[in-house]
Design a protein. Structure first.
Length: 94
């Protein structure tokens, strides 16, 4: 994991996570019921790697879980365009 420093609570800053680490952290937060924080982690990681398919898909899925279907469409469409063979992405758009 790439860490560009630590926040006061010992966790790396949101933008300091590689995509796989950001996805793992977001999953942990989601399991704790902290969906908004999970979304923030994924969104921050996307700033560093804007076209990352898994991050785009995760952002869309997190927004869907929050009942924000309209906001979920953009990242899900981008992910599906980059990985049209991924059935889960196609299902999320259906």
């Amino acid at each position: 994991m790439v860490e560009r420093g630590k926040q006061g609570n010992g966790t790396p800053p949101l933008g300091g996570l590689e995509p796989s680490s950001a996805l793992s952290r977001a999953g942990d937060l989601l399991r704790e019921g902290r969906t908004g924080e999970a979304e923030a982690v994924v969104a921050a990681a996307l700033e560093s790697v804007p076209g990352h398919v898994e991050l785009l898909a995760a952002l869309g899925e997190l927004r869907l879980r929050q009942g924000r279907a309209a906001e979920a469409l953009e990242p899900l469409k981008k992910a599906a365009k980059k990985a049209p063979q991924t059935l889960a992405l196609q299902n999320n758009l259906a």
